[in-house]
Design a protein around this ligand. Structure first.
Ligand code: AHM
Ligand code: MG
Length: 336
């Protein structure tokens, strides 16, 4: 299309030619996720009109209330990914165990993990939410996949991304060759490239965290948050606070404007709230590819060896400078 930036599928097809062993399965997986994103976007835009707000009355494996859109979006992604025949197993925030596609279609090369609608309590107030996904190459040889395909460290992801349903719907992903951002043109039903090789900006004095929990935080996090709120214009302090309570939206802001997002562990929940495999790892892959970093305080998120599908981790993600700073507090060294 002359004059128009490439669509997501054109962009992925063009990039696929750089990988001689690519057989098109990856493009199909990405297309399924992109189609899911468009359908979820439409449903969210119309939520109040089509009765998609509110809760199902059930709780999920995490003991959290299941929003109607959580369930609808989960089933949609399971169906769309299963139909590709390119996925051997899936893992979802909404489902306790591995999800296996129909037998006839389960010999695919990829395992996909996702959080269908992250931050879903925002739907009822028309505030942003997102879908997060992580694509791993299968670890098992063939046939139906299992937990071994899903429990792989973040560093081995083939791709990761998110779809932000905000004032625009954006598709942001990486395959380890930079981070690329696309914006949905709802009149065309197409994602178009809006930023190639997205990088964190240098400026970084913004923090994004649920500080209402700080009474239960551990000492390094308390020292950190007190330090960043002190008045010292020479070091850019105090920082500004921004928090909408949906990881995709809070992270997207940090990615574009700089700063750090934190969800620390606390006295009651030493591993914090966020889930390693379908929330933290995919965002960490994007952050690193954009020149940033992500840690649990002492360890790189992408190096954590997973032991459970729904395991949680303390989480700090953002510009390299800010993530290094929180690491210093966790090592007991202070700001330096
Ligand atoms: P969810 O997957 O149940 O929606 O929960 C995850 C969300 C994240 O998007 C967000 O960063 C976090 O929970 C907010 O938690 P809190 O309300 O404790 O600040
Ligand atoms: Mg979530």
């Amino acid at each position: 299309m002359a004059g128009m930036p490439p669509t997501l599928s054109q962009f992925i097809r063009a990039r696929q030619q750089d990988y001689p062993d690519a057989v098109g399965e990856f493009s199909q997986v990405m297309s399924a996720i992109a189609l899911g994103g468009k359908l979820i976007s439409r449903e969210i835009n119309l939520a109040g009109l089509v009765g998609a707000t509110g809760y199902t009355g059930r709780t999920n494996i995490q003991g959290e209330e299941v929003a109607k859109l959580d369930e609808w979006s989960n089933d949609l992604l399971v169906d769309l990914l299963g139909e590709t025949g390119c996925v051997c197993v899936m893992g979802s925030e909404e489902v306790e165990g591995p999800i296996v596609p129909p037998e006839s279609a389960s010999n695919g090369r990829y395992a996909v993990l996702f959080d269908p609608v992250d931050g879903s309590s925002n739907i009822d107030i028309a505030a942003p939410v997102g879908t997060i996904f992580s694509i791993q190459r299968r670890a098992t040889e063939s046939g139906v996949g299992n937990l071994d395909d899903l429990l792989q460290p973040g560093r081995s992801q083939a791709a990761a991304g998110y779809i932000l349903y905000g004032s625009s719907t954006m598709f942001v992903y990486t395959t380890g060759q930079g981070v690329h951002a696309f914006t949905l043109d709802p009149t065309m039903g197409e994602f178009h490239l809006t930023t190639e090789e997205l990088r964190f900006p240098e400026k970084s004095n913004v923090y994004s965290t649920n500080e209402g929990n700080s009474g239960t935080w551990l000492e390094p996090d308390l020292k950190w948050v007190n330090w960043i709120k002190q008045n010292d214009p020479d070091t850019g302090r105090p920082y500004s606070a921004r928090y909408i309570g949906a990881l995709v939206a809070d992270f997207h802001r940090i990615l574009l404007k700089g700063g750090i997002f934190a969800y620390p562990g606390n006295t009651g929940r030493p591993d914090g709230k966020l889930r390693l495999l379908y929330e933290c790892s995919p965002m960490a892959f994007i952050a690193e590819q954009a020149g940033g970093a992500a840690t649990n305080g002492t360890k790189r998120i992408l190096d954590i060896e997973p032991t459970g599908l729904h395991q949680r981790t303390p989480y700090y993600i953002g510009t390299a400078r800010e993530v290094e700073l929180i690491g210093r507090f966790h090592e007991g060294r202070g700001p330096g």
